[in-house]
Design a protein around this ligand. Sequence first.
Ligand SMILES: *[C@@H]1O[C@H](CO)[C@@H](O)[C@H](O)[C@H]1NC(C)=O
Ligand SMILES: *[C@@H]1O[C@H](CO)[C@@H](O)[C@H](O)[C@H]1NC(C)=O
Ligand SMILES: *[C@@H]1O[C@H](CO)[C@@H](O)[C@H](O)[C@H]1NC(C)=O
Length: 463
Amino acid sequence: MALRSQGGLLLPSMVVLTLAFAVSCTIASPRIENKIKSVTFLSPEFVLEPGSVENRFYYNIDFPRGHVALKSFRAEVVDDAGKSIPLHETYLHHWLVGKYYQRQDMAENNGDQKIQPENYIFGGNSGICQGTTLRQYFGLGSETRKTDTHIPDPYAIEIGNPAEIPEGYEEKWMINVHAIDTRGAVDRLGCTECRCELYNVTVDEDGQTLRPGYKGGISCCYDQTRCKVRKGYEGARRSLYLRYTVEWIDWDCGIIPVKVFIFDVTDTGKRLNVSIGSSPEIGCQVEFDVASCNTGSAVSDGCVDVRRTSLTMPVGGSVIYGVAHQHTGGIGSTLYGEDGRVICNSEPIYGQGKDAGDEEGYIVGMSTCYPEPGSIQITAGENLVLESNYSSTQKHIGVMGLFYILVADRTPNPTNFWHSPIHIHEKIKVSKSALAVVSLLGLVVVGAGLRYRQKEGERRRRL
Ligand SMILES: *[C@@H]1O[C@H](CO)[C@@H](O)[C@H](O)[C@H]1NC(C)=O
Ligand SMILES: *[C@@H]1O[C@H](CO)[C@@H](O)[C@H](O)[C@H]1NC(C)=O
Ligand SMILES: *[C@@H]1O[C@H](CO)[C@@H](O)[C@H](O)[C@H]1NC(C)=O
């Protein structure tokens, strides 16, 4: 797996970085010349045909290098002409972006060598699920086109800080894309919910028998499974990509770093002292089913499935951004403080038409929260309550109730306040040849080395 040649694009930022480092961090004046950079990349190609599923992990992806401050991350599925593909054709179950560290002196991996786990270190977000579950930095599903991800000034996600990279390792990034081709599907919603009966699977990706009562979710729509398509339906095989745009600025002492937290409404708070191996006992199960209100029990709840859980925040700080993740059927989610105050409420936006970004019946966006910095504080050890509501007018399988927040440990010093001088966008063009194409072989080898792939419960690492 060769290192990519994106250095040509990204090296200039490292040069600026060096200069920035030479400047003392006590300066009070903003660095007006620190421009937002924006680069668009394509993931490696994945090929889908009616009913087929791809759930791939691409390592060593194109990503900003050096000590930089991430400002936003947008992604969508496109074809090889660059056209946006609507969700009713290719359902984007999720994409996730994660960090890992790779030993510097490792020979280029040609797939022959045995990879030792110590050559890789998982670099997760700030929590709070166990192990590698929900430890991505960015990640969205069908809502990707209309969900705001930008981080307001002077905040950003700090990456590539030499002081944080373990000695002898280098920071790298991976992306996981899980897409389902639902053209001609017998039951489109059922395919997107990964209902096992439609995938005709009885074992999960590792060959383990599905647990009794498991009706659907990621264990039934893993890579290379197939959802049921109408007899006689013809649809072309096609090459698709995740097109992603990253915005960043060079690291600067005026920037306030934010921590990434992801909460899961299925989190019971239970943690096991195991580093590897998933277990039904671990707190974050990520997916759950919603029973229809029409079967059996009374309709007195107004056909709303309300799920709540209590979570303990490990550190305190100021909430800068918040957004929920729900699947079709979702009708809103709120994160509350211990005293009942609303930290953030996030509501789904459903599409109303056919076009990409507005597909009827799908969540095409989630509303976000941008609290006035300092106005929403969380204290260390505070017990938050996460609430996620679904309509139960029909049953839903394998849905999720996640909440993502960005937390800063300080607010800007007023005498040093940085009045967004940096919104000068600089588009950097990217050629297809500069794209990271990680071979499947490399992927598998790295995956085995990292030990946080399927074996550990890949299903937990998705949104
Ligand atoms: C379902 O799977 C079984 C066993 O793997 C296979 O024999 C059967 O043909 C499959 N059915 C369909 C409709 O694909
Ligand atoms: C977890 O297990 C390891 C090794 O078995 C042990 O050293 C460690 O103290 C345990 N941690 C907790 C919190 O029990
Ligand atoms: C969830 O539903 C309950 C009951 O209808 C309601 O009280 C609550 O406000 C709802 N929460 C959200 C986040 O929509």
